[in-house]
Design a protein around this ligand. Structure first.
Ligand SMILES: Nc1nc2c(ncn2[C@@H]2O[C@H](COP(=O)(O)OP(=O)(O)OP(=O)(O)O)[C@@H](O)[C@H]2O)c(=O)[nH]1
Length: 179
């Protein structure tokens, strides 16, 4: 399964474009099936928004990250969700991630605030740390499971609920960092 590069991308958006959109592939094994995710890491800055529209218009899934030590990054999430509703596919899989969970001494956004926001928009929520790896694999695995489920959905198959799956699997930074 691929998160495809948008058709509109012809490399013609100028040099800034490539500097601010990082592309990586990640292969996740879901129930014995290898799922290839094409990941586009778009810059969050306002001035690159016109570029990012093209990316999330064709995306199958979007991971929205804020930094738990940075209130404005959290406050910006609502604006991103509004943009997504305007430009992304109607059934795009969205996940909210509160990153830098390892930096508990500098935390300004409580885990509950992330959970409340995610609940309001009906999206799964995880706190992650790119530094320690906490919940990072889980985030990609949950997305891959959801996309694989959608691609091969059988009428008699029990439905996969990404929010329930994430809730059952997640590790909380407050209690289990030694696990
Ligand atoms: N401690 C800690 N540092 C992190 C974590 N994730 C990213 N960083 C650091 O935070 C800084 C910014 O990381 P970036 O990945 O460039 O952040 P970004 O939000 O993608 O930045 P833009 O793409 O410019 O919007 C870097 O110094 C990273 O090493 C994390 O989970 N924990």
């Amino acid at each position: 399964m691929d998160l495809q590069r948008p058709d509109s991308y012809q490399g013609g958006a100028g040099p800034d474009f490539n500097e601010h959109v990082l592309h990586k592939n990640k292969v996740v094994t879901v129930d014995g099936v290898r799922v290839k995710l094409q990941i586009w890491d778009t810059a969050g800055q306002e001035r690159f928004r016109s570029v990012t529209h093209a990316y999330y218009r064709d995306a199958q899934a979007l991971l929205l990250l804020y930094d738990i030590t940075n209130k404005s990054s959290f406050d910006n999430i609502r604006a991103w969700l509004t943009e997504i509703h305007e430009y992304a596919q109607r059934d795009v899989v969205i996940m909210l991630l509160g990153n830098k969970a390892d930096m508990s001494s500098e935390r300004v956004i409580r885990s509950e605030d992330g959970e409340t926001l995610a609940r309001e928009y009906g999206v799964p929520f995880l706190e992650t740390s790119a530094k320690t790896g906490m919940n990072v694999e889980l985030a990609f695995l949950a997305i891959a499971k959801e996309l694989k489920y959608r691609a091969g959905q059988q009428a008699d198959e029990p439905s996969f609920q990404i929010r329930d799956y994430v809730e059952s699997q997640k590790k909380r930074s407050s209690c289990c960092s030694f696990v």
